[in-house]
Design a protein around this ligand. Sequence first.
Ligand code: ARG
Length: 481
Amino acid sequence: MKLWGGRFEGETAAELAAFQNSLPFDQRLWRQDIRASIAHARMLGKQGIIPPEDADRIVKGLESIAADLEAGRLAFPQGEAALQVEDVHTAIEGWLVERIGEAGKRLHTARSRNDQVQVDTRLFLKDALAGPDGVDAAAAALQRVLVEVAERDGELLMPGYTHLQRAQPILLGHHLLAYFWMLQRDRERLADCVRRADACPLGSGALAGVPYSVDREAVARELGFARITENSLDAVADRDYLIEALAALAIIMMHLSRLAEELVLWSSAEFGFVELDNAYATGSSIMPQKKNPDGAELIRGKSGRVFGHLVALLTVCKGLPLAYNKDLQEDKEAFFDALDTVRASLRLMASVLATARFRGERMAAAARDGFLNATDLADYLVRRGVPFREAHRIVGQLVRYCLDKGCRLEELSLEELKRFVPAGAVAEDVYDTLELRNVVAARNVPGGTGYEQFRRQLAAARQLLEEVRTGRRKVGMTGVE
Ligand code: ARG
């Protein structure tokens, strides 16, 4: 069936039919399409735009189609047969007319596929991002894993890095919770995107609105939208909400990719900080000894395609004249693929992390080498009256001395230290300061890695998760109070 054969003579070229066919991918919208059509038909009946009996028939017909699709008694045509059906809207309307006859032909009154596809996609997006099986839920699950691992192994010492050079000792939990807060911001972005997408475009028609006394508010309410769109041209031409979603998804992938990169590094023999579970690592077809972090690598790799989808849709929309243009059909594959990729990546990352074993002795050994307490020695001298710049220079010389000697700062004798330091500025208690656990504990500033602050941060993260989960707090605007 075709929705627009009237003014045409002859057939559409098979080549174009295939080229423009969106059924293989937009059939994913069938639940939303049927829901929206039911709301539309009810409204048409109530407003007397179509006979109420026809509206009832349409609703029943659509419900039976939904039930049959759900149960697998009805399936979308595939291959050659799919070419006879342009898109999901055509397929469903076709079935409806098959089932209920003439009344089915009244469904498309006061509607265009241009506003129809927008209502479907917005409904889909709300569920895909914020629904029980959505991206937000997957992000929350990963946050929970981060909190659990931080709870279990969080007080293990490890080197913190800048420039990938050992810098100062930190707690593993502090490092892991950094990702918790990234994910919190991700969840805020998703919530924000859903809030903006939460407007019903039905009634916009093809572009200019419809010349019937439709009740847009009623349709919006029935479909659970917070409001209606304000401008019909904007409503059918707008893909901002998908671009925003893709941007939020791309940022999630960027975060996951950073974490994945760290897991790849940390599971190497060079670092040896983590041992991935055998269930989440793979082997080599030629090198029998290999254990590879493929999952983490693929998450890192898949960030590329999600970034690509964002740029693709931005490019599709750039330069499009108002209002609807068929170019916009390109939005769906980009969004669906990004969605599937991000959801699967979040879930896999949660499993990889939950089953990984952190090797405390290796991390501590790495933290002991590399003068990670040098800053604290300088701060010690500052507390005893040496200007910081001078203290920095002195400790630099001590580090060079240790490098020549092949020892650590804490292995120098008090006599050796005194040779470099102004009289009276160093005493026996310097060795306490140089102790790595004390170096960490000293960072007892809110947001710092100090034990006390780490525990506070962990409790705050737990509480935040719980409050959002139980609805006591909205996910938006939570991360940075
Ligand atoms: N499949 C189309 C899309 O995804 C639906 C809207 C088609 N509208 C039209 N006038 N051809 O954008």
